[in-house]
Design a protein around this ligand. Structure first.
Ligand code: CA
Ligand code: CA
Ligand code: CA
Length: 192
């Protein structure tokens, strides 16, 4: 108990930037932003080290894809294209290849650590914003007709909510919200 209080005090002291003894809304927001950025930086450092243990200046697509997707070479076409929840191994490979070459600013096929950051976290990279939108649409558009139907949108919303609040029944309150949307919306959202 004493240890828990002590640990809490240390955390509060870290968040309390102006040291007035209170944690303001702004200080909390800044702390959350700082911890998210730290997580992202640590993730890039760790992943870079995993695929580039010799810490070379650059990593090639061949090296990376061989390390990640080598298991695919023994699969037959049917297995490669078999979809689970609208995604196949081939989709994953193609998506990563597209993202790799989008992150590769000087188009030499290799990524520096900075370019690798963009590859791992395109959402943190303004120049890849269009790609993030495209990947998001593709992940929702399960039947790949280029449109987001209400059902596709609702299932993504349900998934997000169930991940966010696993204790609350998505099928209760949220279902009625989805039903309400169904009444008041057209059937399809445009990509634009
Ligand atoms: Ca404060
Ligand atoms: Ca490059
Ligand atoms: Ca669709």
């Amino acid at each position: 108990m004493v240890e828990t209080v002590f640990a809490s005090r240390i955390i509060v002291d870290k968040i309390d930037a102006d040291k007035d003894g209170n944690v303001s809304h702004h200080e909390l927001q800044e702390w959350i932003r700082y911890t998210q950025q730290k997580y992202i930086r640590d993730n890039v450092d760790r992943t870079w080290k995993t695929y580039n243990p010799e810490n070379k200046e650059q990593l090639s697509w061949d090296e990376y894809s061989k390390a990640v997707y080598d298991f695919m070479k023994d699969m037959d076409t049917q297995t490669l294209l078999r979809e689970e929840d609208g995604v196949s191994y081939q989709n994953l490979y193609d998506r990563d290849a597209r993202r790799w070459f989008a992150a590769d600013t000087n188009s030499d096929g290799n990524l520096t650590k900075e370019e690798f950051f963009a590859f791992l976290h395109p959402e943190e990279t303004p120049r890849l914003r269009d790609l993030v939108v495209l990947e998001t649409i593709e992940s929702i558009d399960k039947d790949k007709d280029g449109k987001i139907s209400l059902d596709e949108y609702a299932s993504k919303l349900n998934l997000a909510l169930s991940l966010e609040r696993p204790c609350f029944g998505v099928n209760n309150n949220n279902k009625s919200a989805v039903d309400a949307m169904r009444v008041h919306s057209t059937s399809y959202f445009d990509q634009s």
